[in-house]
Design a protein. Sequence first.
Length: 113
Amino acid sequence: VQLQASGGGLVQAGGSLRLSCAASGSIFGLNAMGWYRQAPGKQRELVATMTFGGSTYYADSVKGRFTISRDNAKNTVYLQMNSLNTEDTAVYYCNTDTMGWPWGQGTLVTVSS
């Protein structure tokens, strides 16, 4: 399985980005998929998850600002990020909710003040 995240970049505080993560070599199947992030000098943390059936979970820090979605036919999971702030600066990754697949390279999101 290869996970390829994309869509990151440099954005001003208050701006928006939409991340995508495609899985190749496997299919999402019934896996719950999640977005994770790792800020400089910090541990990787869970940002959001979505089950096959569409139930979602969001970390308190992103609730109301980020929206996770998935297209099972395309084996792709998305993260719409609005009202970004400097604390959202991190490398973003996707994986299953149990982190059961090898980590991809992630996509860097940098939010400037």
